[in-house]
Design a protein. Structure first.
Length: 326
């Protein structure tokens, strides 16, 4: 069996979908559904057990024969402010699963984030030495919690401490795609602007508040969730331990992303620019671009789909359909 935490979430449910497509149905879901529409992310998924997070330790004590633990469960909002809750969920739970996988000899795949890079003043190299990890300066609580767990991994490797047979950290860049609809303000721009575009309306993007950067020219490394999951599973298949960037290696602007979405709907772009809220201006990343040198060294195939092709697939195969879920 494969245990997937956060399996009802955005990236987690896409792991389930891809594993199902590969013929794996012996999957165990660990997540909270609450009272919203998050359950819809699981509607098309085949799995054999559902474990609430509060019951996970007891479940693991009874089930040591796992093929892998894919740990996507986290508080992923970059606007989160409850430090105790974030550390309990993003750090302590990850640590417990790391220790379990080490003792049980189970491969461990976990979600880190490009948020660890902050402004990117140290670059976007996925250097996994403890010193390099601690030089990173995340801009928010979420990014800091992820950096701290990355440090644990880097430190244990550097000191030669016991580890799972494979331990793979995934520094996801800006992931977009189906099943992100429950995320509200944390959805991708593509999901947010799809409805107004389909209704023939204009859309808004944030103005730039940085000299030398034009409105809409804030640039990020946008990666389609299908590509992100495929790259992650390729690392798991290779059994390589390390922390790896999961991105395309090519930064694109929010304007280009919005224009691709308009074209996918068959419309000409109609974009206005509005002031960025003052409370996020100091924490806003203006540029991210994954360095892919390390992932290339372990022979993981390059991503062949362009941003425009990925957006078109998302819009036409999901957002324009009666059932937008994967």
């Amino acid at each position: 069996m494969i245990l997937v935490t956060g399996a009802a979430g955005f990236i987690g449910s896409n792991f389930l979908a891809t594993l199902n497509e590969r013929g794996r149905t012996d999957l165990v879901v660990c997540d909270r559904l609450h009272r919203g529409d998050k359950w819809r992310n699981l509607r098309g998924a085949a799995f054999v057990d559902f474990v609430p997070p509060a019951d996970l330790n007891a479940w693991l004590a009874r089930n040591s024969a796992l093929d892998a633990v894919i740990h996507m469960g986290a508080i992923s909002a970059t606007t989160a402010t409850d430090g105790d809750q974030v550390m309990e969920t993003n750090f302590r739970l990850s640590l417990a699963l790391l220790d379990y996988c080490t003792l049980a000899g189970v491969p461990f795949l976990y979600a880190s984030s490009a948020a660890v890079y902050g402004e990117g003043e140290q670059g976007f190299e996925d250097d996994m030495t403890p010193e390099a990890v601690m030089r990173l300066r995340p801009l928010n609580l979420y990014g800091w919690s992820k950096r701290q767990f990355d440090f644990v991994i880097a430190d244990r490797i550097a000191r030669g401490l016991p580890m799972p047979p494979a331990c793979i950290g995934l520094r996801f860049f800006n992931v977009f795609g189906p099943n992100e609809y429950h995320k509200g303000d944390m959805m991708s721009i593509v999901a947010k602007i799809a409805k107004p575009i389909s209704q023939g309306k204009r859309i808004t993007l944030f103005k730039s508040h940085r000299e030398g950067v034009a409105d809409g020219e804030q640039r990020r490394d946008f990666i389609y969730v299908k590509d992100a999951v495929d790259r992650s599973l390729a690392l798991l298949d290779n059994g390589k331990t390390g922390i790896f960037n999961i991105g395309t290696g090519q930064a694109r602007s929010f304007r280009e992303l919005a224009e691709a979405t308009f074209r996918a709907f068959g419309r000409d772009p109609a974009i206005d620019y509005i002031d960025m809220p003052a409370d996020i201006r100091e924490k806003y990343q203006y540029f991210t671009e994954a360095s892919l040198d390390r992932i290339r060294q372990v022979s993981v195939p390059a991503i062949s789909s362009s941003l425009e092709h990925s957006v078109a697939d998302y819009v036409q195969c999901y957002l324009m359909q009666d059932n937008p879920y994967r």
